[in-house]
Design a protein around this ligand. Structure first.
Ligand code: GRF
Length: 190
């Protein structure tokens, strides 16, 4: 039976848009905040859910485990087997892999050649470090941020005068092609 895929988004959703344009079969789009990614899902007629992370914050801070539990419940309710993170900006707690049964079932696309430049500011960090080549890495997500088995990588040259925006956009151009391909081949999704 073909696996049911969820795509997790927080922002622009241009990777999601590319997946849809390439007719990747997506069963659910889940966002941690209202964002353009949700509008894209709505327009494409894909079921979507917003689990607003701001509702999981109080004076003691962000309740990551509770948020993660709600995400897991929603994925299970929609009978999701595998998950592709596409610019999802909340780090889920370890329980997603240890307690909720999703170990090995989350894929991530990161805008650097891992293990270099982990984290949210990967493109900026690479640019500031002065590397001449950076790129994208598609990997299985684990409880350690931007770690886990690497499935594919593609290099992007840093050009003279590049800004974070211009460089990131060229990285995304690669991601928009590579990510759907890897999801299809690794998970056998139509
Ligand atoms: C991508 O560069 C991805 O690698 C990173 O977030 C970006 C998402 O872009 N994790 P978009 O929101 O799909 O345009």
């Amino acid at each position: 039976m073909t696996k049911r895929l969820a795509v997790l988004v927080s922002g622009t959703g241009s990777l999601l848009e590319a997946m849809i344009a390439q007719h990747l079969s997506i069963s659910l789009v889940l966002a941690d905040r209202p964002c353009r990614g949700i509008e894209i899902a709505q327009r494409a007629g894909i079921p979507f859910v917003v689990i607003d992370r701001s509702l999981f914050r109080d004076m003691t801070g962000f309740h990551r485990e509770t948020f993660t539990g709600v995400v897991a419940k929603s994925l299970k309710y929609h009978e999701i087997d595998v998950v592709a993170m596409a610019g999802f900006m909340t780090i889920l707690s370890d329980e997603i892999f240890t307690d909720h049964g999703f170990a090995g079932c989350f894929m991530n696309s990161h805008p650097s050649l891992l293990p270099s430049f982990k984290g949210e500011t990967a493109v900026k960090d690479a640019l500031e470090f002065g590397v001449k080549v950076t790129g994208t890495t598609i990997h299985i997500a684990t409880s350690k941020l931007d770690e886990g088995p690497i499935l594919a990588q593609e290099a992007v040259r840093v050009e003279e005068g590049d800004t974070v925006d211009t460089l990131w956009e060229r990285i995304k151009e690669k991601e928009r092609i590579l990510y759907p391909q890897v999801i299809r081949s690794y998970w056998g999704i139509a």
